[in-house]
Design a protein around this ligand. Structure first.
Ligand SMILES: C[S@@+](CC[C@H](N)C(=O)[O-])C[C@H]1O[C@@H](n2cnc3c(N)ncnc32)[C@H](O)[C@@H]1O
Length: 215
């Protein structure tokens, strides 16, 4: 049995999953060569292409079993506790981490992102937009590289949606349970000293934010 992160990610699966356009979305949203702080980097699925695209990436995760595979500067920390004393041209908060069920966790994630953002820097967020919560259904899925991915056991409770993701590859199976919260942009940005700075993809799964201007 391979390692499972605190949030339930099977490390072996993240080593098999290829990127699915995420590095290109991030790269197109920020200046060439921009420095990036990547929050929740996993095994480097997004990190490595970003490095190849010319970015200096500092990759953060609280799972040493994930970080062991990352070929970039790494920091093993809870995102909410992170305080590197430096800022970046871009901060990447991907993988729907912002949809965490707990408001206090979300506030901590966004505060960490904000305190590492250079004055002219851009926060790049991948989230589940409200319409995803309406559309999500058991049985949805597809294939990412050699990994078959299927959503199962979808249960709604007000703004919360719980489900299991089933992965299969190389004759093996893994499951990851999660609960996420439907949010408005205002829920995400208000109180975080951040301002919306545009959609990055037509499906509204990605958006950018900047530090609010003062005065
Ligand atoms: C769903 S995986 C995605 C990994 C990577 N972003 C990718 O797309 O392949 C989420 C990762 O974020 C990490 N993570 C989740 N919450 C975290 C937190 N509060 N602090 C540090 N790492 C966290 C997990 O350990 C895991 O490696």
């Amino acid at each position: 049995m391979g390692a499972i992160t605190a949030d339930g990610c099977p490390v072996e699966v993240y080593l098999l999953l290829p990127p699915a356009g995420e590095p290109e979305v991030v790269h197109a949203a920020i200046p060439p060569g921009a420095s990036i702080l990547e929050l929740g980097c996993g095994a480097g699925r997004i990190t490595h292409p970003l490095v190849e695209l010319g970015h200096e990436v500092v990759a953060v995760d609280d799972a040493p079993e994930m970080l062991a595979h990352v070929r970039a500067e790494t920091v093993c920390a809870r995102i909410g506790d992170l305080d590197l004393g430096r800022t970046f041209d871009a901060v990447l908060l991907g993988s729907h981490l912002v949809n965490t069920a707990l408001d206090s966790d979300r506030r901590a994630l966004l505060a960490a992102a904000r305190r590492h953002l250079a004055p002219s820097g851009r926060l790049v967020v991948e989230w589940h937009p409200p319409e995803w919560f309406a559309a999500a259904a058991s049985g949805q899925g597809g294939r990412l590289g050699e990994v078959a991915v299927e959503l199962a056991d979808v249960v709604r409770d007000g703004d919360l949606l719980s489900a299991t993701v089933r992965y299969a590859a190389r004759g093996r199976r893994w499951e990851q349970e999660f609960t996420c919260r439907r949010l408005s942009l205002d829920d995400v940005l208000a109180g975080a000293d951040l301002a919306f700075d545009g959609w990055l993809t037509a499906d509204r799964n990605w958006f950018a934010a900047r530090a609010r201007r003062r005065g």
